[in-house]
Ligand binder design. Structure first.
Ligand SMILES: Cc1ncc(COP(=O)(O)O)c(C=O)c1O
Length: 379
C-alpha cells in the first residue's frame, strides 16, 4: 500500500488548499445566491483551477467569470461554455475574442464607444455576433460608465448594433473592501444593487431591453440583504477567503482555505527574526487590511501544520523576492521558538495573488495530502 502523503513531507514553499473548507465555502455561497434569488457566476481568477471551477458548476453555478483572456481560453478548452470576461475589453486581444466566441458563449465587457466600435468591426469581419456587457461604475471609480452620464446613449448603441448581443449591465463595487463593519458592507452592497436596478429601469423605460444585471464581490455578498433587480452575482474570493477577509470580519478563521507552507531557513541568535522560504513570490506584497489596527505585515503564521488557529504574535513582517522575514512584537517571540528546518504555515493577506504565484495546490485534509491541482497562471 502506498505510504500516506503528509503535509510535513512536502517540499517548500507549497500552497496548501484545505478541501473541506473549500467545499464548505462553495456550498455556502451557492446557497446564499439561491436564497437571494440570483444566479451565481463565480470569478475564477481567485483560483485559476479547473477542478475548483468544476466544483462550482456542480454547486449550481450558471457560468464563470474570468479576468484574463488566458483564463477564458484555459477554461473554454476544458469545456466551460458560458464565460464572462469581466474586464474592460482589451483591443489587442480581439483576434482571440472572436476565435473564442465561435466555440463558447463568451461575453466581453466594455465601457467606451471606441471599444464598442472595435468589437463590432471584429465581429462583422468574423461573420458572428459577440455577447457584451456594459460596465457601470457603482462607486468603485475604477472602470465603468457613470450611470448618470453617457451610459444610456452607449447602451442604446450596444443594443442596436447587429454584430453585438447586448447582455445587460455589469458592475463590481470593489469599495466593499474598505468597509470595516458588516453594516458598512451591507450599505455598499445595497448602493450597488440600487444603482444597477435603477439604471436598468431607466434603460427599459427608454425602450432598451436589459436581459441581465450582474453585480458582486465577496465582502458585498457576505452582508447583502436583498438583490431585487439583480439577476446574477460574481464573487470570487469566497472560495478561499484570506487574512484580509478575516480581519474585516467577512469570514471566520475556519473559512480560510489556502495557506502557504514554508521552511525556516535562517535564524541568527539575537536577531529577533527568522527567515522563511516564502517571500514576495509566495505571498505577494499586498499589505492587507487598510486598517492599521488589523494589519499584520504580509500575513500571520498559523499554530500548526493543520487547523485554523492563528499564531497570536508571529507574522511575516517583510519580504524580498524569495525571503520572508518572520517576527513578533518582541525578540523573545522568535528566540527559542523557530529553528532552522521547522515548517510554518502562513495565512496570506490576499489569496488570489498568492495562488497566482504558485504552479499547483497541494490539496489537503488535515495533515494528509490528498491531491495536486494545477494553477493555470499563464497570461
Ligand atoms: C470585475 C470583478 N468582478 C467580480 C470580482 C470578484 O470580487 P471578489 O473577489 O471580492 O469576490 C472582482 C474582483 O476583483 C472583479 O474585479
Amino acid at each position: 500500500m502506498p505510504r500516506r502523503s503528509l503535509v510535513g513531507d512536502l517540499p517548500t514553499p507549497a500552497l496548501l488548499l484545505d478541501l473541506d473548507v473549500l467545499d464548505r465555502n462553495l456550498a455556502r455561497m451557492a446557497g446564499r445566491a439561491q436564497a437571494l434569488g440570483v444566479a451565481l457566476r463565480p470569478h475564477v481568477k481567485t483560483h485559476k483551477c479547473l477542478e475548483i471551477g468544476r466544483r462550482q458548476l456542480a454547486c449550481g453555478a450558471a457560468g464563470i467569470t474570468v479576468a484574463t483572456m488566458a483564463e477564458a481560453e484555459t477554461f473554454a478548452a476544458a469545456g466551460f461554455d458560458d464565460i464572462t470576461w469581466a474586464f474592460p475589453l482589451v483591443l489587442a486581444r480581439l483576434d482571440a475574442v472572436t476565435a473564442l466566441a465561435r466555440r463558447a458563449t463568451f461575453r466581453v465587457t466594455l465601457d467606451s464607444p471606441d471599444a464598442l466600435a472595435a468589437l463590432a468591426a471584429a465581429a462583422r469581419a468574423a461573420g458572428i455576433a459577440i455577447h457584451a456587457w456594459l460596465e457601470v461604475d457603482s462607486g468603485h471609480h475604477r472602470s465603468g460608465v457613470d450611470p448618470d452620464g453617457r451610459a444610456v446613449a452607449l447602451a442604446r448603441r450596444m443594443a442596436g448594433e447587429p454584430a453585438v448581443v447586448f447582455d445587460g449591465i455589469l458592475t463590481h463595487a470593489g469599495q466593499s473592501y474598505h468597509a470595516r463593519t458588516a453594516g458598512a458592507r451591507s450599505a455598499v452592497a445595497e448602493a450597488e444593487r440600487a444603482t444597477m436596478a435603477g439604471f436598468a429601469t431607466r434603460l427599459r423605460d427608454a425602450g432598451i431591453p436589459v436581459p441581465a444585471v450582474s453585480v458582486g464581490s465577496t465582502p458585498g455578498m457576505s452582508a447583502v440583504e436583498r438583490l431585487d433587480g439583480v439577476t446574477e452575482v460574481r464573487p470570487g474570493n469566497y472560495a478561499f477567503h484570506d487574512f484580509m477577509q478575516l480581519a474585516a470580519g467577512v469570514c471566520a478563521a475556519d473559512a480560510c482555505a489556502v495557506t502557504v507552507l514554508a521552511s525556516v531557513v535562517s535564524h541568527q541568535p539575537g536577531a529577533g527574526h527568522a527567515v522563511v522560504d516564502a517571500g514576495a513570490l509566495a505571498l505577494s506584497k499586498d499589505l492587507g487590511p487598510d486598517d492599521p489596527a488589523r494589519a499584520r505585515g504580509l500575513g500571520p503564521l498559523l499554530g500548526g501544520l493543520a487547523g485554523h488557529e492563528l499564531d497570536p504574535r508571529l507574522d511575516v513582517r517583510g519580504a524580498s523576492q524569495e525571503h520572508g522575514v518572520v517576527a513578533g512584537p518582541e525578540a523573545a517571540d522568535v528566540e527559542g521558538r523557530l529553528r532552522v528546518g521547522d515548517l510554518v504555515r502562513i495565512l496570506p493577506n490576499h489569496s488570489c495573488l498568492a495562488a497566482a504565484l504558485f504552479d499547483h495546490y497541494d490539496v489537503v485534509r488535515g495533515e494528509e495530502v490528498v491531491g495536486r491541482w494545477t494553477i493555470w497562471r499563464r497570461r
